[in-house]
Every structure is written in C-alpha cells, then in structure tokens.
Design a protein around this ligand. Structure first.
Ligand code: SF4
Length: 264
C-alpha cells in the first residue's frame, strides 16, 4: 500500500529503506490484477489438483473467472497510514465488477495504528484484521516497532478488543521470532497472559501466527532456531492460545515477509 514505509521497524528491509510515497487505489488493485493474470496464463501441471476458485459469500460477490482466492494487505508499507486508498482498493476487490472477493477473503495487516483500527471497525465491510505484534511488552515493542511509542500495547489491545466485539471476527497476531530478542519461554508466557487477559477472557477469539524472521542483508536480527520456535509455540498452546507456524515463502529471492525493498 506504500512505496517503502515510514514506521521504520529495525528488522525489516522495507522499514530500513525509508518512505517513498503512498500508492493510489489503482496501484494497489493493479498488483492483484497482475497476479490474477499471471496465474491464469500459467499452465497447471496435469497431476496438480485444480486451484480453488473464488466462491461468492453474499451481497456483491460472485464466482469470477479468477484463481485469486485471498488477498492480504501487508508490507511493504503500513495500510492504515494510507487509509483512503487502501479502503477504496478493498471495495474494488470486493465489488462484483472488480474481483468479487468476499470480506472473509480479504485481510488487512497493521502494526497497530489505533485510530485506523477504530475506523476499520466502523466500516460496513468487515475484513479480517491481522496485527504484527512481535513483542509482549512495551519496553521491547518500542524498540522493534517504533510506532508502539505512540500507540502502546494497552491502547492497541483495547482497539483490538473493540474490533473483535464489533465484528465478531477472530484477530490474528503475527509474531516474527528473532533469536535471543523475543523468543524466550518467559516472553511466550507474557504473550499468552496478554492475549488471555485482553481478549480471550472477554470472549474475543484470537490466534497467533508465528513466523521465524526472514533475515535481511543489513539487519543484525536473526531467525530463532526451529527448536526455540517450537518451544515458544508449545508454551502458547499450553496457555490455550491457538497458534500456527508460518512456512516461509520467497525467502531465497528476498521477497519474504519483511524482506521487500525497492531497487533502482
Ligand atoms: S514491518 Fe511493516 S510496518 Fe514495520 S517497517 Fe516493515 S513494512 Fe513498515
């Protein structure tokens, strides 16, 4: 949704490359169009199961001639710092004359722009919300996600709770596991307590998506070992927090989550 990103997270190549400009709604939709065309004209191996097609889920939705089934708005850029264009793009993706994607097939990922989450909860179309958390305490999050200084965890969790209660939708928390930084068992315990107390105990479902960090050339941050990542996951599950471990894709071409940056 943006060229570069103004948030400046120190482990993210986009954040380290600075901010260029906001994308227009057309430029955001164009990325989906590009991949819709690429997939459509890429021959599928005869033995591969056919890809699922978009299925209509209500008003304004249809089953178009497209193999794009889900769209996640995430880096590069912070979508809620380019709200108008992002929302216009979402409406186009949802519209029957656009891609006809159901609201449940569109997810917006944010590092926690609280006024943006509040605004999102008032929209008629209730898309999925993913929050890049990466730390269970303000002290650590202030370093990893500089925007936390403006919107600390207490305010972020309150906005997430309101979003969950207004929309009835389960919130995903993304947590990039970094070796020796945020992957200890004590930090897993703190994360579990934070989510239990802020959301689960008040009836807001949530889930944690664990992502061993995708390394970047300039960053000193390294991914957690598989052993630490699995121990972290087990501790969260012991605290009844649903989790998944994300499989990294595109890392070899520096196109994984947190690796994207512009080249001249
Ligand atoms: S992690 Fe997301 S919010 Fe942080 S700098 Fe990278 S793109 Fe921006």
């Amino acid at each position: 949704t943006q060229v570069g990103c103004p948030v400046g997270c120190p482990f993210c190549a986009t954040g380290q490359s600075g901010f260029g400009r906001n994308l227009t709604a057309g430029e955001i939709v164009e990325q989906v169009l590009h991949f819709a065309r690429t997939v459509k004209f890429t021959p599928q191996p005869p033995s591969a199961p056919s890809s699922p097609r978009i299925r209509g889920e209500g008003v304004g939705e249809r089953e178009p001639d497209s193999l794009i089934t889900n769209v996640v708005l995430m880096g590069m850029g912070e979508p809620l710092l380019n709200y108008e264009a992002t929302w216009q793009a979402i409406e186009t993706l949802h519209d029957a004359r656009g891609f006809g994607l159901g609201a449940r097939r569109i997810t917006l990922s944010t590092v926690g722009v609280v006024p943006g989450i509040q605004r999102l909860s008032r929209e008629k179309l209730q898309v999925g919300l993913a929050v890049s958390l990466h730390a269970p305490t303000d002290r650590l999050r202030n370093k990893l996600v500089p925007l936390n200084r403006r919107y600390p965890l207490r305010r972020l969790m309150a906005a997430c709770r309101d979003y969950g209660q207004t929309t009835g939708r389960r919130i995903t928390f993304e947590y990039a596991l970094m070796e020796g930084i945020n992957d200890s068992l004590e930090q897993a315990r703190r994360l579990g307590r934070l989510l239990q107390d802020s959301l689960l105990k008040v009836g807001c479902p949530c889930h944690v998506n664990l992502i061993p960090l995708n390394p970047t050339v300039e960053s000193p941050y390294q991914p957690s070992s598989r052993k630490m990542a699995l121990a972290f996951q087990r501790e969260l599950e012991r605290q009844k927090i649903p989790t998944t471990m994300r499989v990294g894709r595109g890392v070899d071409i520096q196109a994984g989550c947190g690796q994207l940056r512009g080249k001249r």
